[in-house]
Structures are given as C-alpha cells and as structure tokens.
Design a protein. Structure first.
Length: 178
C-alpha cells in the first residue's frame, strides 16, 4: 500500500516590505512521503516571497511535469513557474518555454555543488535562481507543526519567521536574476 501525504495547515500573516504586499494566507499543504520537512518549508517560504493573486501549489513531487508552485492567467497560461530544489538544466530550459517567468529556489547543503556544475548552462536561460541559507531552512523546519500560525516579514533578501514556538531568520542569495 502506498504511503499517503501528510497534510499541514498554515495561517500566515505576510508582510513583504520590499513589494508593499500585505496579506493573510491560509495554505493547506500536502507533504509527499518522500519530501523532507526542510523542502516543504522551503516551498512555503518561496510561496510567501512570490505571493500574488492566482499563485498556488501544484501536486508537487507527484506531478513531475508541473512546478512546485505556479501562477496561471485566466486562460490557464503559466505566468510564473517556481521550482524548489536543484532541478536539472533540461527542466529549467523546458520551464522557460512554458512560462514567461521562471524562478528556482535551491535550499540544501549541496546547493553550491549544483550551482557550480550547472552555472554555465543556467546562465544562458531566462530564469532567476536563488539559494536559501541551509541553516535558515533547517531552523524554519524545526518550528513546523501540523497546524501553524506564522508571521513572515520579508525585507531585502531575508525573511523573519515567527511562530508560537519560536522564531528564525532565513536569508537567500540571488545567484542569477532574469
């Protein structure tokens, strides 16, 4: 019998000081059985950084032809494609053909190696690439609960995350801006 995803519910008070975007997000997220808590929390943070109307999580690891997060227009055209992790150059290239805006958020201890190996090929593509601080993502993952109330304040290249059980700061580095 196949393992079922774990469901998490997040209520996020979002303050993005860079974009003057303020919202309360109510997100229900399915964590795939093979997905780490760190990856799931990186998806949540990427969602917050890009929050806008029509932004939504896809089926994630269960649907390899879809990004982790996307925004689609009223006629179902993909306007924003967001991958979390270290996708192949071929996947990023394909996503640039399917969407006018592509963003990649790498987040783990092997991000440096992934970037150095694919850098020359990725720089030719119209995609923005960011690297989350691995220590910050681990700290954010340590705060996770099945039902959470979070406050996320974004300023510059960092997010301050506060919950009932603790707080942390997650910084990111822009590696390539398209």
């Amino acid at each position: 019998m196949a393992l079922k995803p774990t469901i998490y519910k997040f209520k996020i008070a979002l303050s993005d000081l860079e974009r003057n975007y303020y919202d309360v997000l109510e997100l229900t997220i399915a964590q795939h059985p093979s997905e780490t808590v760190e990856r799931m929390m990186a998806r949540v943070l990427a969602f917050c950084i890009n929050a806008q109307d029509r932004l939504e999580f896809t089926k994630g690891l269960s649907a390899i032809e879809e990004p982790d997060i996307w925004a689609r227009s009223l006629d179902e055209q993909i306007t924003l494609w967001i991958d979390v992790g270290e996708p192949t150059v071929e996947r990023v290239k394909k996503s640039t053909r399917l969407s006018s805006q592509v963003k990649v958020y790498s987040f783990n201890s092997k991000s440096d190696v992934w970037w150095e190996q694919g850098r020359n090929n990725l720089e030719r593509l119209h995609a923005s690439v960011f690297r989350f601080s691995w220590q910050g993502i681990q700290a954010m993952a340590a705060l996770q609960q099945r039902t959470m109330n979070l406050s996320v304040t974004i300023t510059g290249d960092s997010a301050y995350v506060a919950t009932e059980t603790g707080e942390c700061e997650v910084c990111w580095e822009p590696l390539q801006i398209a």
